[in-house]
Write a protein that binds this ligand. Sequence first.
Ligand code: DGL
Length: 274
Amino acid sequence: MKQGSIGVFDSGYGGLTILDGIRQRMPQYDYIYLGDNARAPYGTRSFDVVYEFTLQAVQKLFELGCPLVILGCNTASAKALRSIQQNFLPEHAPDRRVLGVIRPTAEVVGELSHTHHIGVLATEGTIRSRSYNLEIEKLYPDSTIVGQACPMWVPLVENNEFDKPGADYFVKDSIDKLLAQDSLIDTIILGCTHYPLLLDKIRRYLPSGITVIPQGQYIATSLEDYLRRHSEMDQRLSRGGTCQYFTTESATKFRESASLFLHEEVTAQHIALN
Ligand code: DGL
């Protein structure tokens, strides 16, 4: 049987926080990361466009030999995952699997919250899709979920401004707007893969006693559990401990920015998606 790498896709750099979490837990596998940096951000794009772009990326990762692809992007998970799973895979790639990040995050949040009042900070696209509300309510029907779009947070991270004083205003503003919607919130999901880079500032403006959930570690645990339950997929994954990086933007630019997310130097290759 021909084995392949685990593919991790994101609109840009944010999925590196997911990849990092997964690799820390399961360093034995081979990975291919694909960032559609040339067309990021996805957060304000329509359902149709996010689906089209995400499908192109998934097909490319399949061409590169990945039997399993993780959409390490909340926006793509919210807007494209279901259609890919239900409409594309059965006909075009029945032996491959595509998983997202929203369901595993929803699973963990109900266990961490005591008040069952949950806040979601995410891109406009993810908040509008109400994907977190739907997934959490399915699992924990008694929960109250409120969301707040943070349109400035991804640009702050992508432009390397996330630890500068100017970012404080936007971080505080979005947190205040979220908490104003529901004073009983005790758990907040960072529903965008870029946001862990803002974690220090987020904690600064949150009242103590509120738990913040960055996703990387939970996606890793969930994937490990998935592979334990699906040994047929696990056997199709190669184990060399390697990681290749592809970007639709310039490889040099990717290398410079990726080090902010990974704290290590990586080399990347340019790849075209359409
Ligand atoms: N990485 C995306 C997410 O998790 C956000 C970036 C974007 O808007 O493309 O939602």
